[in-house]
Design a protein around this ligand. Sequence first.
Ligand code: AP5
Length: 220
Amino acid sequence: MIIVFLGPPGAGKGTQCKRLVERYGVNHLSSGDILRRERKEGTELGKEAQGYMDSGQLVPDDLIVAMMMKEIQPASNGAGVVLDGFPRTIGQARALDEALEKAGQRVDVALNLGVDDDKLEQRITGRRSCPSCGAVYHMAFNPPKNGETCDKDGASLVQRSDDTSEVVRHRIATYHEQTAPLIDFYEKSSLHNIDGNVSIDDVTGQMFAAVDDVKGKAGM
Ligand code: AP5
């Protein structure tokens, strides 16, 4: 099964993808996580991406498409894959469709997690993550039990460098200009809208219902 996860920055895509992995056994490919790994390792791609990411712009399509195509084919075997943050432009979506078609595959469902703009900044600036295991918290909505340390391994939590108010506003504007048009792109084939304004558990309930529906209809 191939799932595309759409939604503005801070909507809760990463949080919900972890739950898709637990329930359906799919692989999780996050373009943002892959780019952050490249930056940490100091690769050429990481160095090129840094300026775009830190100013809230998208990394150019050619770099992203090449990076994601290497990962998608192996990850889409077996239980399948959820793509988190990719595609993010119409050009990326077309490149994905072409590559999948060549492999005899297609996007089975595009989950569109809608959240009102006024909630996004609060979600992003309150986010903290564990540099060691990747667990994600929110200081108000999903707080760790002890100060700013990870519940799972006790590591000190960190804030992403692009999670400042100023950069968040650029990321939201970029989303509306370049990524929101994908809602129409997938509307014709595989779109399921999810209300992301509600609690984390309520979002999960809607998401599982949508995926179960798609799997049921396709006999998966
Ligand atoms: P990326 O890492 O993909 O960031 P993003 O899309 O901006 O999304 P986030 O990771 O910020 O948010 P999320 O939706 O996963 O929310 P989360 O679950 O953490 O991209 C970063 C950058 O990389 C881009 O700006 C760009 O430069 C580049 N890039 C990446 N992909 C690219 C591509 N395809 N093309 C070009 N450039 C690309 O939740 C947020 C917080 O809210 C957490 O603290 C969480 O606990 C909390 N929360 C979650 N759900 C709820 C809820 N229902 N109620 C209350 N709180 C909630």
